[in-house]
Design a protein around this ligand. Structure first.
Ligand code: EPU
Length: 414
């Protein structure tokens, strides 16, 4: 069934929207429970499709998960290491964290390769090289990956690129490796700090998360814990951009402003007036927007996940904005859809040029991936008339209650 979001654009947004917990944290935290020998409780878990799928995969491993409102109680005491040859594995990227976690706990994992948003090539060679450095042997047969190790032994691992996924997967596998593992040129994203602080509560010995050098001293057992997940910086950024595009006075709460500095400073450069508190960002109506140039980079640089939403706002700026995308050079499928609404965007591998200002007019458009979907929602709010966003399931993978949150701000959306 085509899941569709319908928006009648042109309404001013006003009020407060609370950001949910972080998708890219929780999708690493859930598989990491494989390493625990006792119950783990998670608070404020976002209601998103990726979480639903990961819970199903945990249940396949005989881990019991009970959900009460936004609280999850996960009991891994009867865990059983079965092959994860299930189509659910291919529905999201983060299923690859079961590789590191199951390898760490059982020294054996057999599962499908992960799926996730189609953003062009997304290899996992750095994850696999990391596992090999710890002593694992890898076999690949078509779409099935099998990883085995007699013993896991700590090592110094240098990542050719500061990959979020590889950093996390190596951290997971190394928790139970003998001795000390060092990850150099590690990714510094806040989600890595969140996972490491949870693993440390469970008894892991991880130092340096959030810097480019992480050390993990192996332990033999991890206990349970209670953990509050950090707020989602990409969801926060999406609402801040939506408010800049069509807000009158919007407060985005449950935000860690330091996590989105690259975005807020660009918005200020565009002429958006912001007020930042310790846990909120208030966005005022902008009179005129200036064009800007951005380059996506690993954290703390400008997040690739926000370049698609920001593109929608750039169509309103007075002049040409330029985006250089260095993380996923093919992450521009949203531009064709925005052009269908009246935008004038040129794309080439690794870059887009947004000629503004162009008024947008509602039409039927298609979400091709999660953040493309977020970009189209913002464009739909800006556009005159009715916009129907098809394949909205991409959006529900990562945005908790997006329709209700925007409705509460005054959007005409269903
Ligand atoms: N890369 C390799 N080899 C690897 C791993 C990565 O060449 O073994 C390359 C990728 O092809 C890409 C770059 O390194 O060009 C960055 O990839 P990274 O591993 O950092 O990304 P990821 O772990 O696959 C996570 C988020 C993405 C987010 C990126 C970058 C999760 C589940 N996904 O992906 O989130 O865009 O980091 O910040 O955490 C999203 O939320 O919409 C999303 C796509």
């Amino acid at each position: 069934m085509d899941e569709m979001i319908r928006i009648r654009g042109g309404h001013k947004l006003k009020g407060e929207v609370r950001v949910s917990s972080c998708k890219n944290s929780v999708v690493a935290i859930l598989p990491s429970v494989v390493l625990a020998s006792e119950i783990v409780k998670l608070y404020d878990v976002p209601e998103i499709k990726d979480v639903e799928i990961l819970i199903k995969l945990l249940e396949k491993l005989n881990i019991s998960v009970s959900v009460k409102d936004d609280e999850l109680t996960i009991d891994p005491t009867d865990i059983c290491n079965v092959d994860l040859l299930d189509e659910d594995v291919m529905k999201l990227r983060a299923s690859y964290y079961f590789m590191g976690a199951l390898l760490g706990r059982f020294r054996h994992v057999r599962m499908y390769s992960p799926g996730g948003c189609n953003l062009g090539p997304r290899p996992i060679d750095l994850h696999l090289k990391g596992f090999e450095a710890l002593g694992a042997k890898i076999k690949q047969d078509g779409n099935i990956i099998e990883i085995d190790a007699e013993e896991l032994e700590g090592d110094d691992i240098y990542l050719d690129f500061a990959s979020v996924g590889a950093t996390i997967n190596i951290m997971l596998a190394a928790c139970f490796a003998r001795g000390r593992t060092t990850i150099e040129n590690a990714a510094k994203e806040p989600e890595i700090i969140d996972l490491s602080s949870m693993l440390n509560k469970m008894g892991a010995q991880i130092r340096g998360a959030g810097t480019s050098e992480i050390t993990i001293n192996g332990v033999s057992r991890l206990k349970g814990c209670i953990h509050d997940i950090i707020p989602d910086r990409i969801e926060a950024g999406t609402y801040i951009i939506a408010a800049a595009a069509c807000g009158e006075d919007v407060t985005v709460s449950n935000v860690i402003p330091q996590h989105i500095e690259a975005l807020t400073s660009k918005l200020e450069e565009m002429g958006v007036k912001l007020e930042q508190g310790s846990d909120y960002v208030r966005v005022f109506e902008a009179e005129e927007l200036r064009p800007v140039d951005i380059i996506t980079q690993p954290f703390p640089g400008f997040a690739t996940d926000l370049q698609q939403p920001l593109t929608a706002l750039m169509t309103k700026a007075n002049g040409d904005s330029h985006i250089e995308e260095t993380i996923y050079t093919e992450r521009f499928k949203h531009c064709k859809e925005l052009n269908a609404l009246g935008a004038n965007i040129e794309t080439r591998t690794g870059e887009s040029l947004i000629h503004g200002p162009t008024p947008l007019k509602g039409s039927d458009i298609f979400a091709t991936d999660l953040r493309c979907g977020a970009s189209l929602v913002i464009a739909g709010l800006m556009a005159k008339g009715e916009t129907c966003i098809h394949n909205a399931y991409h959006i529900y993978r990562g945005y908790d209650s997006i329709v209700d949150k925007l409705k509460a701000l005054g959007a005409d959306i269903e």
